[in-house]
Design a protein around this ligand. Structure first.
Ligand code: AMP
Length: 584
């Protein structure tokens, strides 16, 4: 059975497979290898995933969810119709769709996968990603940090070389910086830093705000539909400003027809503080790795948003060299996850490269501090594993009870960088019973172990005792318990996904409809006929009829797109023989 790589992105998701020594992206039902990470409910209550769901963001905002990767590991729910969905369930539906695409492509069941996650993901976000995979019927064999995956994709084929590279990954919703060192066919992460609340969408949002401000529109007056139009137009304009220095945004909002010209300079000016926010993690990663910009051999750009020209100017200014972009920034993480999957599966498909990773956050305890005279203060963070330690790592420390005769030591485990635990993230509590009526301050040995999969295990034992307490995370917000996972697994299995043909049908129908709106007379009638025939083959629920019809409609659409004057569609329709057309 194949072991596949998955990039579960904020904006788009991809699934990859290794074939004949090369990793390739698998196309979805619509023929694209980028599946938008969007989930929606169709009018009949069935689940839509990807481009078909994305098309309905504007028309059915209440029935469509996107950008849910940001909510992984939290308790936030999104109401779609009658049902509330958690981020891991929405992600599970995206993963289930990728699984179906891969199974259709490979002709065999798919189970084992390597999934990429932002280097900056918390413990609970990683757990939520694993839960999503399980809910999708997949086995997450390993999680790999996205920048690590990207550098693996770049390093394949030149593992003999040595050097240091810095990966800048600006996706739809997250920003990661990772410094990696390649030596003796070993790839080691030296440091990673990032901002989990900064991504391409924030830049589009700035453009949207500028558009509303310059046109004197109060955002509070916008309907949900208007908001979706603004979001879509600003996203498109942002991308146009990558290639051109100006663009014109034309749309209808709040009952007004807008024609708003905007320049790249205007856009970049509106994002002033966002550019500075990009620099902070770069500086922190360099300082954690004790490196200077000139020590970096290669800068790799990952994530669609690194296409923004300002990013290239910034990296050139900072590092004095051009960044590498030769692998498509939207696909490089998925390709790297596929390479990693192949390495896990075969151990030597791509040579004996060894990878090490780092712990993205400091992990430690809330430790009481003796302030003298028998008083103590709490709330101070005592790190056991400092951020950017190479993993796997295991650290133990002996802690003393506060006073003789103390019955219980309660250790609160935190993750973060602040001296005040209140500013860090609480992961759980572990309780250690002390021997009764002890005359001395008992010593408790605490061990923190952080694995390559980003799992933290905390063990505590009273000195000289055999009893070992393991951390059981109690009521951690934003995580599902085992029973809850089992319950949701059954529920998700019963959620009806719109058939693959339906997704393709909707896509073709939407494109035909757009041409219908633009055309007149005979051409219009031909388009209407194509729509009816397509509808009829879908209703027949016979895939052998639907496929060839879809292929013909696609050819017809190519003709329409190229605006060729002459159509012979009616004759073509009469000739239609699914058996004949099914070939090839
Ligand atoms: P990802 O999460 O890596 O798929 O990144 C998606 C983000 O990249 C979205 O915010 C897109 O708007 C952005 N993006 C994609 N292509 C471009 C482009 N040509 N110029 C600017 N941003 C882009």
């Amino acid at each position: 059975m194949n072991l596949l790589g998955i990039d579960l992105g904020t904006t788009n998701s991809l699934i990859t497979v290794q074939h004949q020594g090369k990793v390739r992206c698998i196309p979805n039902a619509l023929g694209s290898d980028l599946t938008p990470s969007v989930v929606g409910l169709d009018d009949d209550g069935s689940i839509l995933v990807g481009a078909t769901a994305k098309q309905r963001l504007v028309s059915h905002p209440d029935l469509t969810a996107s950008v849910f990767k940001r909510d992984m590991g939290t308790d936030k729910v999104v109401q779609l119709g009658k049902r509330a969905f958690r981020a891991e369930e929405l992600s599970a539906l995206v993963l289930r769709s990728l699984k179906a695409d891969a199974e259709a492509f490979l002709g065999e069941p798919v189970e084992d996968v390597v999934i990429s996650v932002p280097a900056y993901f918390h413990e609970s976000q990683r757990r939520a990603t694993r839960d999503a995979a399980i809910l999708a019927g997949l086995k997450p064999v390993r999680l790999v940090n996205e920048p690590t995956a990207a550098s693996i994709a770049y390093a394949v084929g030149r593992l003999e070389e040595e050097g240091t590279c810095l990966v800048l990954d600006l996706g739809g919703g997250t920003f990661d910086v990772t410094i990696l060192e390649l030596f003796d066919r070993t790839m080691e992460v030296r440091a990673s830093a990032g901002d989990s609340q900064l991504g391409g969408e924030d830049f589009a949002k700035r453009l949207a705000d500028l558009m509303l401000k310059e046109n004197g529109i109060d955002p509070a007056d916008l309907s949900a539909g208007d908001k979706a139009v603004v979001a879509r137009m600003s996203e498109a304009a942002k991308i146009e400003l990558t290639d051109g220095s100006t663009t014109l945004v034309e749309c209808r909002i709040h009952g007004r027809d807008l024609a708003w010209p905007v320049s790249r300079d205007g856009f970049e000016g509106a994002c002033g503080d966002l550019w500075s926010r990009l620099l902070l993690p770069v500086e922190r990663a360099l300082s954690d790795a004790r490196l200077k910009p000139q020590d970096i051999g290669e800068v790799l750009l990952v994530g669609g948003a690194t296409r923004m020209p300002r990013i290239h100017t910034l990296t050139r200014k900072l590092f004095g060299k051009d960044a590498r972009t030769d692998i498509d920034p939207d696909r490089v993480v998925a390709i790297g996850a596929g390479v990693q999957a192949a390495l896990v599966a075969t151990n030597d498909a791509f040579g004996d490269v060894v990878m090490t990773d780092v712990c993205p956050w400091s992990l430690g305890l809330d430790l009481a501090e003796d302030t003298g005279g028998g008083s103590f203060t709490t709330g101070h963070f005592h790190p056991l594993i400092e951020r950017n330690r190479t993993i796997p790592v295991s650290v133990s420390e002996n802690l003393s009870a506060l006073r003789p005769g103390q019955k219980l030591v309660e250790l609160e485990v935190y993750q973060g960088e602040s001296r005040q635990v209140a500013n860090n993230k609480k992961l759980g509590t572990i309780q250690v019973k002390l021997p009764p009526k002890s005359k001395v301050k008992e010593i408790v040995e605490v061990r923190f172990t952080y694995t390559v999969d980003g799992i933290l295990e905390v063990e505590a034992r009273v000195d000289g005792s055999e009893t070992l307490e393991r951390l059981v995370i109690q009521q951690t917000p934003g995580l599902l318990g085992e029973e809850e996972i089992a319950r949701r697994l059954t529920e998700i299995a019963h959620l009806k996904t719109a058939p693959r043909e339906r997704a393709e049908y909707r896509d073709l129908l939407a494109r035909l409809d757009a041409h219908f709106a633009m055309s007149l007379k005979e051409r219009r009638q031909q388009i209407a006929l194509a729509m009816r025939l397509l509808e009829a083959t879908l209703e027949s629920q016979d895939e052998d009829r639907f496929r060839p019809m879809a292929r013909r409609v696609r050819a017809f659409l190519t003709q329409l797109d190229e605006d060729r004057g002459v159509f012979d569609f009616p004759d073509w329709a009469q000739d239609f023989d699914p058996d004949e057309d099914g070939k090839g």
